[in-house]
Design a protein around this ligand. Sequence first.
Ligand code: XMP
Length: 511
Amino acid sequence: MKKPEMVLILDFGGQHSQLLARRVREFEVYCEVHPCNLSVEQVKAMAPAGIILTGGPADATSPAAPSFDLEILNLGVPVLGICYGHLLIAHLSGGRVEEGLAQEYGRATLTPTAKSTLLEGVQENSACWISHSFVVSSLPEPFVITGRTDACIAAMENAEKRLYGVQFHPEVSHTECGNTVIKNFLFGICGLSGGWTMEKYAETAIEEIRKTVGNGQVLLALSGGVDSSVCAALVSKAVGKQLTCVFVDHGLMRKDEGDEVEEAFKGHFDLNFLRANEQAHFLSHLKGVSDPEQKRKIIGREFIRVFEKYAKQIGTVDFLCQGTIYPDVIESGPGQAAVIKSHHNVGGLPDVVNFREIIEPLRPLFKDEVRKLGLALGLPEHLVWRQPFPGPGLAIRVMGEITEDKLRIVRESDAIFRAEIAAAGLEKSIHQYFTVLTETKTVGMMDNARTFENVLALRAVATTDFMTADWVRIPYEVLDKVSSRIISEVPGTNRIVYDITSKPPATIEWE
Ligand code: XMP
C-alpha cells in the first residue's frame, strides 16, 4: 500500500505500544509499530516524519537492555522518547539514569518548568501516569529540563536537535495532558498535516489494488464478519467483477445471517457472489460427534474442502484476498522473533487454491479503522458493527452433538437476546453476547403440566482484546425480559441461567 506521511514507533516491549499507535492515528496521522532494533538505514528508507520510542520494562542502564541504533538521533527527524525511551535517550547520550529515590509509581503531578513546544498548553499540577522506577538523575548535554513531578525530571529536550523525552505515558487516559503532548509532537514539532482519514485510505487503497491486480482474478472467502466484508467492499470498488467472493454457508450462522450477507453484497456491490449452500454437508459430517475439539476440526477441514470445490469452479485465480488486520501483524517486543498470527478463519486456504499472490488490503488498519472504512464504503451498520463470531459458529454453542433442532433453539434464543440488548441500548457496551444450549435438562411447569426441557445459558462479556474478559452486569429487568421471552417463544427450553464467570478462568465460548 502506498505510504502517506508517517510516524515510526519503535517498540521496546511496552504494554502500551498499540495504544500509542491508536492515539497517533486518532489525530489522523498514519503510524507504524516496529521492533526497536531497526538499523538507521532501515529507518531512513521508511522516511518517517517523526519517531517515537516506546516504554518498556527493562533497566536502561543494563548492558543486556534492549537498545536502538543511536544514529537515529542524528537523522534530523524529531524523536520523542516515552518512559523507557526517555531513559534510554538520557543514558545513551551521556546523562545518568538511576533507580528513583522516591518511587513515583502510578499517579504523579506534572508541572512545566520552562517554555517548550512539547508541553505547550499543559497546566501546572497536571495528573500524569508513570510506570518505571528508574529516573533521569542528570541530564545529557545540551538537554534542558522542561517539566518536573515532585520526584523526577518528567520532561527534557534538546530543541535544536528536536529530541524530546518524557518520563510519563502520554498515551494512557490517566495522563490529563496526554493528548496535548502527542498533538504538540505531531503537529508543533514534526510539522505533520494530518488528514489521514478512512476516505483517503480508501482512495489510495483502491488505486493500489487496481495497479497490483491489473486484469487478474481475485478470490475472497467471505465470512460475513467485519474484516472479510470490508475487504470485499474495497476490492469490489477497485476491480468490480474481477473479484469473486465465496460465502460458505455451513448452516451454523445466526438467525437470518446468511441471507443478510447475501443481501448486503449481491445487490449493492459490483462483484461475483457465490453462496455455497452446504448446510446439509456440514450437518452430515457433524452427525454423532460430541467432542468440542473434534467438532472444530471437522468444521475447519470441511470449510477448506468446500471452499476448494467452489474455487475450482471459478477457473484461474491470480490473487487470494485476506482480511488480515494490523493487530495480527504487529511485531512486538525487544529481541523477540516476529510473532505473526495467521488469519484464523482462513488459515488453510492458501494450500488448496492456486494463486500468484496474497493481497491484504486491511493490513495497516486497527479494528475501529476497519469499521470506519466499511461505513465509508457503504456497508450497512449491522455488518460493520457485528460482534465477533467464531469460525465454527453455533456448533460450539450447542453442547455435545449437533442436531437441527438444537441449532434452532440456539438460533431463536440468540435472536431474542440480541433484540433485547439492542432495545436496551447496550449493543456497543457489551462486546460479545450469545446463548448456549447446555446438555442438561431440568423439570419445569407450563400450563399446569410438568415439563422436562433444556437449560439455556446467557453469556455476555466486556473486553478490550478478547484475551481476558469480564461478565457484564446486565440490568435485571433486561435479563428478566430475555428470560421470559425465550421460555415463551422458543419451544424446547424451560430454564435460563446467566453465566457470571470471567475469563480467565472460563473462556468466552463454552466449547
Ligand atoms: P474464547 O472462547 O477462547 O474466545 O475465550 C475468544 C474469542 O475468540 C472467538 N473464537 C473463535 N474465533 N475461530 C474464530 O474465528 C474459532 O475457532 C474461535 N473460537 C473462539 C470467540 O468467539 C471470542 O470472541
